[in-house]
Design a protein around this ligand. Sequence first.
Ligand SMILES: [Zn+2]
Length: 242
Amino acid sequence: MRKLLFKSGLVFFGLFVFITASHAYLFPHDTRNMLIDFYDFEKDGSIYYRSGVDPAVIEELKEILPLAEERIKGLYGDKISNPKIIYCATDEYYLKFGVPILTPACARIKIGTYMVISKDGLDLDIIAHELAHVELYERIGLLNTVMDMQAWFDEGLAMQVDYRDYYSEETLRSKTNNLETLPEVQAMKNYQQFGAGTKEQVKLNYMTARYHISKWYTPEKLESFLESINEGSTLEESFVIK
Ligand SMILES: [Zn+2]
């Protein structure tokens, strides 16, 4: 009996090591985020940063966060997510903990939620945008995020709290012959398709997604949408209800 227990324990441990190693290999950034407490980072509340970062920068981040959170409460009615926030003062660290290309910031869910901010991401619009992603992921969970979320909806919703002028309806109208030549963002089923093309094309995708969600959004519709997704419906089914 003891031998059997030992053997099954060994199998379980081997499986655990295999899954952990596979995850680290396939998703290195996610893994580093999940293990952030084991890296040499300072911690201030939910904010992580390397020692040597200018304290004024962390103070600035701490001033921006509650303002961004207010926008999340405005969009969702409340804020339930509490991501670990990893600030990377250098490109090297952002590429290691954020995403493999330089962007201002990123958000993800795995075991817990994470927001990684680069030195170019210290901005209320950008941080509110990423927090909106995190809030969505928290509310629908990892499985629904992976299985059902589509870039145009995810980005369009996040853009509702991102007030950068460039993405306004006015700009969109000027670039699409008064909305006649909108890109078909709802046909772009994955994030790669949504993010493909020139910088201008990608920006157009973002402002189009923002436009579609702005015409759809009410707090009640968003609530019904989230309920529907959490009950197992697809994004398409959940988007058209009510
Ligand atoms: Zn985004």
